[in-house]
Design a protein around this ligand. Structure first.
Ligand code: SF4
Ligand code: MG
Length: 330
C-alpha cells in the first residue's frame, strides 16, 4: 500500500447552463506516492494539476465543486471524511505550500506567533516550548538570526524569505506528505533555486513524501523522482525522471522537452508547442491533444487514448506510444 493513493479522481464545476456546460477540470486521475519519494505533476496552466492538488488537500470538496473517486492516506479514505476530521488530516498529515505566501500568512501576527500558535493549538505545547520550537523552525528554513526574525511581521520579509516561513508552517506538525503548488513561481530566478533546494533538502532529511505541482521541467529534473504529465485534466504520461529525459513516450511530453531552454543549444530558436490547451468546458473529440499534435491521425481524432502501461513501469495515453518509445530510444 502506497502512502498516498489517488484513484480515478474527477473534479467538475457546474457551468451556467448546468451539466451541459460543466467544466471538467480533472478527468480520472490515478496516482500513488510512496514515503520518501518526490512525484512531480507537470503541466501547463489549466491542465488540472492545481485542482488535483486541492482535491487531495480537501480544500475543494465543498459545493460547487463535484469531486468523485478516491483519495487514501495510509489506506484511509479522505473524500468521505466529515469536514472536521478532514481539516485535521489536511492540517496535520498533509502540509501545503502555495505560490503566494502573503495570502497564506496572517499579516497582523509576527511569524513567531503564527508558528507557536499552531504548535500550541495542534500539539498542545506550552507557550515557552512552542516559542522555542518556532525559532528552531525558522532556523531550519535557513533564515538568519531566527530568534530576532521571529518577532517580525510577514511584510518585513522578502518574497523568498516569506516562502521559507510558509515552508516552516507547512512542516511544523511534521506531515507525512508535503504538497507544493508552484512554490517558487512568484520568486526571482536566483531565489527560486534556493527555495527549491530547501524543499528538496527537508524532504530528504524528514523522509516525507513530496507532491510537487509545477509547469517547469527544469524543476522536475532537479528534484523529482517520478513525473505525471497532465493535459486537459488527465495524466498523459507517467514515468521516472530518467525515463522522461531519456525519451518521452507521449508527444506532449516531447513538445515540453523540446521547448525547454538548454545551455548547449543557446543559439537555436526555442520550440513552442503550437496552439493552446483546450477549454475544459469543451474538450475536443478523441485525444484532447490532437489539435496540437504533429503525429495526430484519424484514430487520434476519433478515439480517446487510455493511459496504458509500457515496459519498465511507465505509462502513456497515446495511440502511438509504442512507436514513440522506439523512435526516442533508437
Ligand atoms: Fe498525438 Fe494521437 Fe498520441 Fe494524441 S493519441 S498524443 S493526437 S499521436
Ligand atoms: Mg496552478
Amino acid at each position: 500500500m502506497a502512502l498516498l493513493e489517488v484513484e480515478d479522481l474527477r473534479v467538475s464545476f457546474p457551468g451556467p447552463g448546468g451539466d451541459a456546460s460543466a467544466v471538467h477540470a480533472v478527468n480520472g486521475v490515478s496516482l500513488e506516492l510512496e514515503s520518501g519519494r518526490t512525484l512531480a505533476i507537470l503541466g501547463e496552466s489549466g491542465s488540472g494539476k492545481s485542482v488535483t492538488a486541492q482535491a487531495v488537500m480537501g480544500i475543494l470538496d465543498v459545493p460547487p465543486a463535484r469531486v468523485t473517486g478516491s483519495v487514501r492516506l495510509r489506506g484511509r479514505e479522505l473524500l468521505t471524511l466529515a469536514p472536521k476530521q478532514r481539516d485535521r488530516v489536511s492540517g496535520e498529515e498533509i502540509g501545503m505550500v502555495f505560490q503566494d505566501a502573503m495570502a497564506a500568512l496572517n499579516p497582523v501576527f509576527t511569524v513567531g506567533d503564527q508558528l507557536s500558535e499552531l504548535l500550541r493549538v495542534r500539539r498542545g505545547m506550552s507557550r515557552s516550548d512552542a516559542r522555542r520550537r518556532a525559532v528552531e523552525l525558522i532556523d531550519r528554513v535557513n533564515i538568519p538570526a531566527a530568534k530576532d526574525r521571529a518577532r517580525d511581521y510577514p511584510h518585513q520579509f522578502s518574497g523568498g524569505m516569506r516562502q521559507r516561513i510558509m515552508i516552516a508552517l507547512a512542516i511544523a506538525l511534521e506531515p507525512d506528505v508535503l504538497i507544493a503548488d508552484e512554490p517558487t513561481t512568484a520568486l526571482d530566478v536566483t531565489v527560486q533555486a534556493q527555495v527549491m533546494e530547501l524543499i528538496a533538502e527537508i524532504q530528504r532529511d524528514s523522509g516525507m513524501a513530496l507532491l510537487l505541482i509545477t509547469h517547469d521541467l527544469g524543476v522536475v529534473a532537479e528534484v523529482a523522482d517520478d513525473v505525471a504529465v497532465m493535459y486537459a485534466g488527465r495524466i498523459v504520461e507517467r514515468a521516472t525522471v530518467e525515463q522522461i529525459f531519456a525519451g518521452p513516450a507521449h508527444p506532449y511530453t516531447e513538445g515540453l522537452l523540446a521547448s525547454m531552454p538548454r545551455i548547449d543549444r543557446r543559439d537555436e530558436e526555442l520550440y513552442a508547442i503550437p496552439g493552446s490547451p483546450p477549454n475544459p468546458a469543451r474538450l475536443p473529440s478523441g485525444c484532447p491533444f490532437h489539435l496540437r499534435c504533429p503525429r495526430a491521425d484519424d484514430v487520434c481524432r476519433a478515439t480517446l487514448p487510455a493511459l496504458e502501461p509500457l515496459p519498465a513501469g511507465r505509462a502513456s495515453a497515446c495511440h502511438h506510444r509504442e512507436e514513440l518509445l522506439h523512435v526516442s530510444h533508437g
